[in-house]
Design a binder for this molecule. Structure first.
Ligand code: ZN
Length: 449
């Protein structure tokens, strides 16, 4: 009872303070540290590293947190970084940034464009770029860490800063959890992350209560045939033709077999086979991404892909069945509605109601939800606009970084209830698939998973 009374008192005092001067006071010093955040962003942008190989990036973030007085541990789940700042009794809040980049050559022409090459998990050297905006997230996250350390008089509890590797291959969150993340470090009552949005102008914040991002499965198929001379096709079994038929037939899973009201995507992103015009190869490889929200639709599509691939091979009298491998699997990302509403209120108080809007579910994917699930804590991933308002083809990382730091900080100065109190107030969350709003997703411009 005294615990509840204490919570209510804290809530009341913090809630009133948050509406008045606490957010402003909590943000004091942002202008002063901003040049350093900008320099950090540029450095990170110029030196991207690929998934699960982010050694230098992790070391940079660890040194930033150490300098701020955080208790820092590196090499958690590979290259993960954990920074803990304890500030008396109170709830524990987890703030996550991703630290990996994508194997893409940068063609923006920006003065600080990446010319870096980086080694991937398979040991292959690739061009690398922070095309997904994780450099923005890291800079904003570092700014939030700095403001939290500076204004310890305005909050109480524990902050757990997570620098998560391997988000682009949806491995990092599970790798950190598998390395006893929540046994070695304080278990959060709330987990929060931000991701930039290529659809919205800088200055806007998007919150999607309920399901916000799709599940993902990567499927690799090898179609087998019997190679030979291109001028004598009757002596071969042509895997290029079988693969082509397979690609087209797979689309009928989405258009003809699944419920039209269930969102789903099947994209064949890569098809490779053969070496020369007049040689029919022995095999062709397909790489496919599958996006859904409903677990039953996900199962239906994955089973359908295997069925169609095998049937097309059989119809061509292929010498053997196709090989099918599923990897990079990740469940849909669920934003706790009650926490989403609280964060919306906190952010709207600082950024203005018109700038904090309800976003739409998207077919991109994330592994951040694993952290909240493993901790048994409500979690929310917020999107922040990253597009130049009058020129949608250009991103505007500078303003975006400012909002990112402000978003993290505004979240922190709000009253934070314990998980028990949260459940008491809001009951069990509705995690049913019907929670997803079925609106047509817009195609992302910037790359995301
Ligand atoms: Zn991303």
């Amino acid at each position: 009872m005294s615990r509840t009374a204490c919570l209510v008192l804290v809530l009341l005092s913090a809630a009133s303070a948050a509406r008045a001067d606490t957010p402003e006071r909590g943000l004091a010093g942002l202008d002063e540290i901003y040049p350093k955040l900008d320099a950090l962003y540029i450095d990170l942008h110029k030196s991207p590293e690929l998934s699960m190989k982010e050694e230098k990036t992790a070391a940079r973030l660890a040194s930033e947190l150490k300098a701020l007085g955080y208790q820092v541990t590196t090499a958690v789940g590979g290259t993960g970084v954990v920074g803990v700042l304890k500030n008396g009794a109170g709830p524990t809040v987890l703030l996550r940034t991703e630290i990996d980049a994508l194997p893409i050559e940068e063609k923006t022409g920006l003065p600080y464009a990446s010319t870096a090459k980086a080694v991937d998990l398979n040991g292959k050297t690739q061009p690398a770029m922070h095309a997904c905006g994780h450099d923005i997230h890291m800079a904003g996250w570092t700014g939030a860490a700095a403001l939290l350390a500076r204004h310890k008089d305005l909050w109480h509890g524990t902050v757990v800063m997570i620098g998560q590797p391997g988000e682009e291959i949806v491995q990092g969150a599970r790798a950190m959890i598998g390395d006893s993340l929540f046994k070695r470090f304080p278990k959060p009552d709330f987990a929060i992350a931000v991701h930039d949005s290529s659809d919205e102008p800088a200055g806007k914040v998007l919150i999607v209560p309920g399901f916000g991002m799709a599940s993902v499965d990567s499927v690799d198929i090898t179609v087998f045939g019997r190679g030979g001379h291109g001028a004598r096709p009757h002596k071969t079994i042509d895997p290029v033709v079988v693969a082509a038929r397979t690609v087209l037939a797979l689309q009928t899973l989405v258009s003809r077999e699944k419920d039209p009201l269930e969102p789903a995507v099947i994209t064949v992103g890569s098809i490779h086979g053969g070496t020369k015009h007049n040689i029919i190869p022995d095999e062709v490889k397909l790489q496919i991404t599958v996006r859904t929200y409903s677990p039953s639709v996900r199962k239906q599509l994955l089973e359908g892909i295997a069925r169609i691939a095998k049937a097309e091979a059989a119809s061509a009298n292929a010498p053997r069945e196709p090989e099918i491998k599923i990897s990079e699997s990740q469940d849909a990302t669920y934003n706790d509605p009650a926490l989403a509403r609280r964060l919306e209120t906190a952010l709207a108080a600082r950024l203005g109601k018109a700038n904090v809007v309800e976003g739409k579910p998207d077919m991109v994917a994330e592994d951040f939800g694993e952290l909240g699930k493993a901790a048994g804590a409500p979690s929310v991933l917020i999107r922040i606009g990253a597009v130049e308002p009058k020129n949608p083809s250009r991103s505007r990382p500078k303003q975006c970084r400012g909002v990112s730091a402000q978003s993290h900080r505004a979240i922190e100065v709000q009253p934070v209830r314990s998980r028990r109190q949260h459940r008491h107030d809001f009951g069990r969350e509705d995690r049913s698939v019907s929670n997803v709003r079925f609106r047509a997703p817009r195609a992302p411009v910037r790359r995301h998973r």
